[in-house]
Write a protein that binds this ligand. Structure first.
Ligand code: NAD
Length: 294
């Protein structure tokens, strides 16, 4: 039986620690950290993610605004809204929820967010700082995975890590962190993607396999080495008439058949997702000048 890497419990512990740190530092007169999340349109999964972020902030005592804009918002209007928040000194963190409607250029929008408030770590300046090993903010999902590995004492140094997915949000920053020197790093990293040939053979070489693709149950038991660690990042909705919502969430890993073969696995839901939110909160506190680690 594999060890289940319980991101839900771990995230709750991290958030509780952050809350204690926040209260102690507020006593010393520091400003209340504040996060604004901008959402253009009303994509349902995005709304669910924004709510999770809101709950986490409110639970800790961080200010939060869900800044909604209509789907037909132009690039100019969005730019103006971003600039307003950039110039508002009471807001410390700003993120623009993806996906944006297709007429808006996500990369251009990310460039407009002040790098000092870019708690998602998407601004080119922050990506550059990450690349040279001097990050200002941690990319939330990647850092959540690293914190999870560290918390469960899973060694990364010298290990073969295979990441499936090369997105700017997950695969690429994770590959950088895991190949750098330092905590959760020093790994030999292979990044696979939609054009990779013999994907299952490469996956099978992994000591630590991290699929971040968005294809339900893509990774089967015969893709995985006996005793490997599997961190499932994918979040996929599949129809399920037994659920009130009409769907259930599954990862990129066929959990039932993979779990008996591996030494540890982060499930979906309850694995990486909650860790992402904990890192976001830490980043907002950092942006407000608070200390989040000893
Ligand atoms: P994305 O669509 O931007 O990237 C997907 C990546 O998968 C691409 O690099 C693509 O090359 C690769 N890919 C696509 N089809 C493939 C195939 N058949 N074989 C191999 N590689 C393939 O997605 P993303 O934003 O990186 O998200 C990936 C998944 O992770 C989604 O399910 C998303 O919901 C989830 N996610 C979870 C969290 C979290 O906190 N748990 C955070 C972000 C994303």
């Amino acid at each position: 039986m594999a060890q289940i890497l319980d991101g839900k419990t771990l995230s709750a512990q991290i958030r509780s620690d952050l809350k204690d740190r926040l209260n102690k530092q507020l006593e010393r007169g520091l400003a209340l950290p504040f996060l604004t999340v901008m959402q253009v349109g009303d994509d349902l999964p995005s709304t669910v993610y924004v709510r999770a972020k809101q709950r986490a902030c409110e639970e800790i005592g961080i200010g939060f605004r869900h800044y909604k804009l209509p789907a037909e918002t132009s690039m100019e209007q969005l730019g103006e809204a971003v600039r307003d928040v950039n110039n508002d000194s009471t807001v410390h963190g700003l993120l623009v929820q993806s996906p944006l409607p297709p007429h808006l250029d996500e990369i251009e929008v990310q460039r407009l967010v002040s790098p000092l408030k870019d708690v998602d770590c998407f601004h080119p300046e922050n990506v550059g700082l990450l690349y040279i090993g001097r990050p200002r903010f941690q990319p939330c999902t990647a850092a959540g995975i690293i914190e999870m590995l560290l918390a469960y004492n899973i060694e990364t140094s010298g290990k073969n890590v295979v990441i499936i997915g090369r997105s700017v949000i997950v695969g690429r920053p994770l590959a950088i962190i895991m190949m750098l020197k330092g905590r959760g790093g020093n790994a030999t990293v292979t990044v696979c993607h939609s054009r990779t040939k013999n994907l299952s053979d490469i996956a099978k070489q992994a000591d630590i396999l991290i699929p971040a693709v968005g294809i339900a149950e893509l990774v089967k038991a015969d893709w995985v080495k006996e005793g490997a660690v599997v961190i499932d990042v994918g979040i996929n909705r599949i129809p399920d008439s037994s659920k009130k919502s009409g769907y259930r969430l599954v990862g990129d890993v066929a959990f039932k058949e993979v779990e008996p073969k591996v030494s540890a696995i982060a499930p979906v839901p309850g694995g990486v997702g909650p860790m992402t939110v904990a890192i976001l909160v830490a980043n907002v506190m950092r942006a407000a000048g608070l200390k989040v680690q000893d």
